[in-house]
Design a binder for this molecule. Structure first.
Ligand code: PEP
Ligand code: MG
Length: 543
């Protein structure tokens, strides 16, 4: 047994151990040399390789259901697309390229065309790239990229997990997730929490480790070699939640969803969300090349609001820039985009932009009967908050608030609260800016752990100000999706928590087991802790 002893950032609670299965990476761009000695024979390798890929994907599709099944079936069909294959064959015979290179080049043409078409077609470009990588791996005789089909319970080890990698992950067979990269707000973390799988991210050296089996502690972030004994985290009794966010003493904490599309909104409503605490409007336009017209915006927002007629929905105005660039709002070249003209700042020089958006939101609210509020992202000062609220009121929107995601705004909470109807803590960015640590970078992931006591103390300041003035305080960063942390945030004064729809039941159920006194004790313990691990332990103690 190897002596692996590594550590990273625990992002999903629980301990598990078992044999390691490594997620193979995509093979990358193959060289165009040497030319094949027998081009006809080389070209003849393309179709069988594609067939093998399609067969493997079809077999996996048959074993799962729902979205995962349709993703796998679509990918399988693409693998044998005649246009792709005949182009690859022609590149082998006509241009003397090795088969892997020919498949790469043939796929490139499709990917460029799909990306240029934008919208739904652009999303398919990723599927073509996935098929390309699988066929190339088959031709090279290397492991298929992505999560392999698991037959026994295993610990998955990967560089990072893309959304497509995770389609069909079976929580019965995935004992734990360990990634070399990624941060607490990465896709891996969100997914693992929603599935209740222990997970540790940013584990430097785990890809180089030769351990056959690992023990994973999702609370402390420790990853150690084990003797291979399978120890599942234990799913415990099935949890349920009645759709009302309430502590066992009757204290109300609204349990809301974060959404970015009509599909998200439907999933959120189906999962029992009491409303929406964060509608990321920029997600509607990630592939738009021009600013959508007011009527296009109205229709797009109405499609998301529709499942929430009569329920509260907080619509965030466009948060473009840094990790969420929008082609039609590209700023001047900036040395540090995360510190540049992003979020609400984009609107200061172009107020007509935000006025059009606010008008579209107001109209969509009338169309759907949702109880709509608006909030601005990336607000730094009380003057900025007042500027935004005035424009929202002018657009006829009764309730307006701002996100607290810049440390200066947290420290100016008292002045900001005087200008707004509510605030919502964006803990993802608040952590990034508080710790000067890029939220997308695995190397600094430990600093973005939402259990960092310094972050909790800053949240506590906002909580005190909100409680003193009776202003509603939401939390819509990833912190709200962690059931134990949800109790701490409640103890710090949060009156609503908004999260990925898949986390609603776990958080709602956990809140129902706690009282406000216990949440406050948990919060006090976490604030006094010196490290994220100690904060977690302290928060668990009073429960
Ligand atoms: C946040 O920053 O915590 C947040 C909720 O907004 P986003 O993740 O969209 O930046
Ligand atoms: Mg943010």
């Amino acid at each position: 047994m190897s002596s692996t002893r590594l550590s990273g950032v625990g992002v999903s609670s629980g301990r598990a151990s078992g044999p390691v299965v490594r997620v193979a990476e995509a093979p990358g761009e193959p060289p165009s040399t040497p030319p094949p000695a027998d081009p006809a024979a080389e070209a003849a390798r393309v179709r069988p390789a594609a067939r093998a890929v399609a067969d493997a994907l079809t077999a996996r599709a048959a074993a799962v259901s729902g979205d995962a099944r349709s993703v796998l079936e679509t990918t399988a069909a693409m693998a044998t697309d005649p246009a792709l294959l005949s182009q690859a064959e022609t590149l082998v015979t006509g241009s003397s390229l090795p088969a892997p290179r020919a498949v790469w080049q043939a796929a490139e043409g499709f990917i460029t065309a799909l990306t240029a078409a934008g919208g739904y077609m652009a999303e398919r470009a990723r599927d073509v790239a996935d098929v390309r990588d699988r066929v190339i791996a088959e031709l090279l005789g290397t492991a298929a990229p992505g999560v392999p089909a698991l037959s026994t319970p295993s610990v998955l080890v990967a560089r990072d997990l893309a959304p497509a990698d995770t389609a069909g992950l079976d929580p019965e067979l995935v004992l734990a997730l360990v990634t070399e990269e990624g941060g607490p707000t990465s896709h891996t973390a969100i997914l693992a929490r929603s599935l209740g799988i222990p997970a540790v991210v940013a584990v430097r050296g785990v890809l180089a480790s030769d351990a056959d089996a690992l023990a994973v502690d999702g609370d402390t972030g420790e990853v150690t070699a084990s003797d291979g004994t399978v120890l599942a985290a234990g799913t415990g009794p099935a949890i349920s939640w009645n759709g009302v966010g309430v502590l066992k003493d009757g204290h109300r904490v609204k349990v809301l969803a974060n959404v970015g599309s009509p599909a998200d909104a439907k999933a959120a409503a189906a999962a029992g969300a009491e409303g929406v605490g964060l509608f990321r409007t920029e997600f509607c336009y990630l592939s738009a090349t021009e600013e959508p017209s007011e009527s296009e915006q109205r229709a797009a927002y109405a499609a998301v609001l529709a499942p929430f007629a009569g329920k509260p929905v907080v619509v965030r105005t466009l948060d473009a820039g840094a990790d969420k660039p929008l082609a039609f709002l590209e700023p001047e070249a900036e040395p540090n985009p995360a510190l540049g003209v992003r979020g609400l700042r984009v609107a200061f020089d172009r107020p007509e932009l935000i006025d059009r958006q606010l008008a579209a939101i107001a109209a969509a609210a009338v169309d759907t009967g949702a109880e709509v509020s608006v909030m601005a992202p990336m607000v730094a000062t009380a003057e900025e908050a007042a500027w935004f609220v005035a424009r929202a009121r002018a657009a006829g929107i009764a309730r307006a608030g701002v996100m607290i995601e810049i440390p200066a705004a947290a420290l100016a909470a008292r002045e900001i609260l005087a200008e707004v109807d509510f605030v919502s803590l964006g803990t993802n960015d608040l952590a990034q800016y508080l710790f000067a640590a890029d939220r997308q970078l695995g190397a600094v992931a430990a600093l973005n752990d939402p259990w960092q006591p310094a972050l909790l103390r800053l949240i506590g300041l906002v909580g005190e100000a909100a409680t003193a003035t009776g202003t509603p305080l939401g939390v819509c960063g990833e912190a709200a999706a962690d059931p134990l942390l949800a109790t701490v945030l409640t103890g710090l004064g949060a009156t609503s928590l908004s999260m990925n729809p898949s986390a609603l039941t776990a958080v709602g159920a956990r809140l129902a087991t706690s009282s406000l006194d216990v949440c406050q004790l948990a919060a006090r313990g976490a604030l006094a802790a010196a490290t994220p691990a100690a904060a977690r332990t302290a928060a668990r103690a009073p429960h």
